[in-house]
Design a protein around this ligand. Structure first.
Ligand code: ASP
Length: 319
């Protein structure tokens, strides 16, 4: 069997050890491990990279520790609006959804769009209608609720800003806990194909209808077998302006950089210049993995069939 590998992230931001309890850290590590295992199990059985990134992303969406699916952040209007995307690198097929409510696993809906619609990107009511038609599971509003996200939102709802925008005056006082909890996965399968998926609730107190980078192909999610599969997390607006994921691919394709070098350029130079805080994970068809961020931390993990394995939250790997 040819080698295969998977990497995941659960968001980046001001994640520092001082703010973390041992219990919470253990809960995050367990959740990351479960997601890695879910994706790896698919690859081990000769499954596709696309199915592996979906399985890993579902595992993270179902865990309210992360800002995707269950536990998504709350919009200015007090609702949940979720975005997700998937792309596979062989045919460069892609599916994305934005501003969707009540869909239990937005990444599954993105996959439905990729496979069973003639479109790439569906939004709002149309995406929801498509979810119902395709039998994608719908949940009541309560399913997505978490006290932590509600408290975050309550502290901000009367302001005209959205959380995690570190440049806004006053937000830091309101938001001690600055995190981008988007989730994502990238994988390379034994057939030499790669894929990426990203799923998010967006940013706390975001305007009704605001769409971040996560579902935008080329910004938060991208895959091309010739170059790299990338999933991003961070302040979406600069990631969109930087066309961040595609820029990594371009640097590999046109400049011949390794994925680590290409990602370094984008995360530590281009995004910094645009005040874009966050990070990304990537894999190429040769099973090279990169996981870089310019924030204090990023929930992340990777596992290769060749034996390499790592889990991290802060700058240094924990396992
Ligand atoms: N990138 C996401 C967005 O801007 C947020 C995140 O990564 O947590 O919607």
């Amino acid at each position: 069997m040819n080698p295969f590998s998977i990497a995941i992230h659960g968001g980046a931001g001001t994640i520092v050890k001082e703010d973390m309890t041992a219990e919470l850290e253990a809960a995050y590590l367990k959740a990351l491990q479960q997601a890695l295992d879910a994706g790896y199990a698919i690859l081990e059985k000769n499954g596709t990279a696309a199915d592996a990134v979906v399985a890993a992303t579902i595992s993270l969406e179902d865990n309210s520790l992360f800002n995707a699916g269950k536990g998504s952040v709350i919009t200015k209007k007090g609702e949940h609006e979720m975005d997700a995307a998937i792309m596979e690198g062989k045919m460069m097929s892609a599916g994305a959804i934005a501003g969707v409510k009540n869909v239990r696993n937005p990444v599954l809906l993105a996959k439905e769009v990729m496979i069973n619609s003639r479109h790439v990107f569906l939004s709002g009511d149309g995406a929801r209608e498509f979810a119902i038609k395709q039998g994608v599971k719908i949940e009541p509003d309560e399913y997505f609720f978490s006290q932590f996200r509600y408290d975050q939102w309550k502290a901000m709802r009367d302001s005209d800003t959205y959380a995690l925008d570190h440049t806004q005056q006053g937000v830091d006082n309101l938001m001690k806990d600055k995190k981008f909890g988007t989730v994502g996965a990238v994988a390379s399968d034994s057939f030499g194909n790669i894929a990426a998926a990203t799923s998010t609730g967006g940013m706390t107190n975001k305007k009704f209808g605001r769409i971040g980078d996560s579902p935008v192909i080329g910004a938060g999610t991208y895959a091309n077998n010739k170059t790299v599969a990338v999933s991003c997390t961070g302040h979406g607006e600069p990631f969109i302006k930087a066309v961040a994921a595609y820029d990594v691919s371009c640097l590999v394709e046109y400049k011949g950089l390794s994925i680590e070098q290409a990602m370094y350029e984008v995360v530590h130079k281009k995004l910094i210049a645009l005040e874009g805080e966050g990070g990304m994970i990537g894999v190429d068809a040769q099973n090279n993995i990169a996981m870089l961020f310019n924030s204090a931390g990023m929930y992340r993990g990777m596992k290769k069939s060749t034996g390499e394995y790592a889990l991290g939250i802060y700058k240094d790997m924990i396992k």
